[in-house]
Write a protein that binds this ligand. Structure first.
Ligand code: 2U9
Length: 344
């Protein structure tokens, strides 16, 4: 029995040495030290031994068990350390490698144009005002000198929410609301950027949703020459020092007199080309002196106060600036279009 135990010990030593990973070591442990293992079997047979032999064999069995147990534990520690070393080696980071490029977003071109225009006007002392996109018929039409059944209401085919609520067709309601807050006292000097909605069929130059920036100045003694001087500064700043401008008579229900602002064509320098349809001029915005009815409805006395107003389509400004030929590009969010506006 003593020999058998020594044999088992020597066998286990070899098996432990051969185990290459924790799983196979566990197998060795089960097969030698488990309840059904050979050492246990030997110990079960000890009952048949004489009183002299039993303690000797018992001591040897314990010695073998403890020795194998110790060997397994040592090997286990070695294998665990090796596993940690291997994992560390595999997961080590080479900090000298160049980083992967991170995809960067860009400002939407309409946002850029709005910010540029806001900067120019705030530089001239204007404040930026905002208001709701869902408006009442009163603020969107009535207060702007467009009473019910006025034919000009058709020019701005409207999305109605209820008979009295609608998606604003222009940002002008913001100006009326701001005038009301001033309770008849000037000066009012604001620009109102925002989304507006019209029931248009979408095509290269029309979109049912677009952006406007409108402006309003109300104070004592405001004249058409103030409007013209302000435009001179705006055109030079936005379009460039070399561009000429002219005011051309027009009509809007909320302004009287009304005028459209043209700037000289950048393509031909005013000679006449395809871009300006041979005229040498590009129409950029509408404007005029605020109609006395509109001042009155905003709470201002038209005998004391006067004002000018203007409105521009942001998409048109962006199309002119970046040479974009289809308004739908702004709203389809094709990343190939948007990526072109990433600034380095
Ligand atoms: C108040 C008084 C007057 C705003 C104005 C225009 C002329 C104009 C168009 C430009 C292109 C709209 O985006 S567009 O289709 N706008 O021509 N807008 S004057 O006049 C106002 C506004 C508010 C209280």
């Amino acid at each position: 029995m003593l020999e058998r135990l020594q044999e088992l010990h020597d066998e286990a030593v070899v098996k432990v040495a051969e185990a290459q990973d924790l799983d196979s070591l566990q197998q060795v442990r089960i097969s030698y030290l488990g309840k059904k293992g050979p050492i246990t079997e030997v110990m079960k047979g000890m009952g048949k031994l004489s009183n002299e032999e039993r303690p000797v064999v018992g001591a040897k069995a314990n010695e073998v068990r403890q020795s194998v147990q110790k060997l397994i534990e040592e090997k286990e520690r070695t294998l665990q350390q090796a596993a940690v070393q291997k994992q560390l080696a595999e997961e080590s980071i080479d900090v000298t490698l160049p980083g992967r490029p991170v995809a960067r977003g860009a400002r939407h071109p309409l946002t850029s144009v709005v910010e540029t225009i806001e900067d120019i006007f705030t530089g001239m002392g204007f404040q930026v005002a905002e208001g709701p996109e869902v408006e009442t018929d009163y603020y969107n039409f009535e207060s702007l000198n467009l009473p019910k059944h006025h034919p000009a209401r058709d020019m701005q085919d409207t999305f109605f929410v209820t008979p009295d609520l609608l998606l604003r067709t222009q940002t002008s309601p913001v100006q009326t609301r701001t005038m009301e807050k001033h309770e008849g006292k000037g000066p009012v000097k604001i620009i109102c950027p925002g989304k507006v909605y019209r029931r248009d069929e979408d095509d290269a130059t029309h979109s049912h949703q677009f952006m406007q920036i409108e402006g309003l100045v109300v104070d004592k003694g405001i004249r058409m020459s103030d409007l013209k001087g302000m435009f001179e500064a705006f055109v030079k700043s936005y379009f460039g020092e070399d561009r000429k401008m002219r005011l051309r008579p027009s009509f809007f229900p909320f302004t009287e007199p009304s005028a459209e602002l043209d700037v000289s064509c950048a393509m031909c320098g005013g000679e006449g080309c395809r871009t300006c349809k041979g005229t040498g001029w590009i129409e950029v915005l509408g404007s005029g002196m605020v109609h006395p009815n509109v001042l009155k409805m905003g709470g201002f006395d038209p005998e004391v106060y006067s004002g000018f107003a203007f409105g521009m389509g942001v998409e048109r400004f962006a199309m002119l600036k970046y040479g974009i030929d289809d308004i739908r590009h702004f709203y389809t969010n094709d990343t190939r279009f948007l990526e072109q506006f990433i600034r380095e």
